[in-house]
Design a protein around this ligand. Sequence first.
Ligand SMILES: [Mn+2]
Length: 418
Amino acid sequence: MLEGFDERSYLNARRWKPGDDPYTLYAFNQRESERIPSNRALRDTRHYRCTTLHYDSDLPPTSIIITFHNEARSTLLRTIRSVLNRTPVHLIHEIILVDDFSDDGEFDCQLLTKLPKVKCLRNNKREGLIRSRVRGADAARAGVLTFLDSHCEVNKDWLPPLLQRIKQDPTCVVSPVIDIINMDTFAYVAASADLRGGFDWSLHFKWEQLSPEQRARRTDPTQPIKTPIIAGGLFVIDRSWFNHLGKYDTAMDIWGGENFEISFRVWQCGGSLEILPCSRVGHVFRKKHPYVFPEGNANTYIKNTRRTAEVWMDDFRLFYYSARPAARGKSYGDIRSRVELRKKLNCKSFKWYLDNCFLCVFKVSFQLCTFSSFLSLPAATLCVNFSSMHIQTVQCYDASKDTIKHHQCTCLHCISKK
Ligand SMILES: [Mn+2]
């Protein structure tokens, strides 16, 4: 299968000397990654009942899209080889690599396209994850799109459960359980299958344990888990549905925030998000980004999340601004086409999303907003006092008229996780 591909010369691994720091380039242990074979065996981390499930023999094939920027060759190759080794060949229409203007990307593209099914597109300037993914999606020819990160390893039977679900319901957007590849040892570690995606009001993603009640309701551990948010690195979506929903917000830069945008959009515009516990894909989690953000990491994250808040969160964007005061006054570009899109697709409100997408049971109460709490905020956009479980905001500020309306606060108390 791999004849014509010279792995050793592709990897071009360096000789490590004592004292060399293997974390310099990629913020993970490059030496260990180079030492581990690209086709290593992995422990099957699924629940044993997953092995008894059957999938249709006529599942739709998929285009697998992997974008990368200055990825380590060893991890990129392991991503691709794990896909080739652990996926029924008829289900892979193609593997599309999008090289986002890596320093030596021409070589990566030239060499990797010798692998079966692999095509490579190279950006001629840095575009970031979001526009790179859209470029890959536009080039894709299969009816289903599979987005993968560039430092993953797919596990046994990872793809059929995802494709089966899309075949049943093309409006469903599905993710595997994301196992952990240790950034120091490259050990492959099973992640809990009792997690779903959540966030705080500053739009930071976090994994959230299913509550004891939710777990009790899950009598079948192979069943999908509805999730308010996807982590964003790895997911599968019907291609027409992706296009219909407006792909991604291509005015977002580099990385970050796009998972909120696509998650809110999918739910509010008639779809759903699920994690499928019988699909497992490992991912190297790191503590920091190894690459540069041309506009700075924080500015990029603010621009992307602010666009998300402005387009999708209605008045609840005020929670975002109180949790992230630095976002006020930062430029975020033109959002008119995304607002248009939301109108055209007739999407539901953010309140509907909060009420229906398993976040919280909210209790609303009204109380007087004290003058002092109002004054304590520099921009005076909100009288607010919240933690992630107890949020208060006020209707005493009218953003459109820039005036204080009244002093009644609306408080949302998250009583319990749905
Ligand atoms: Mn990653």
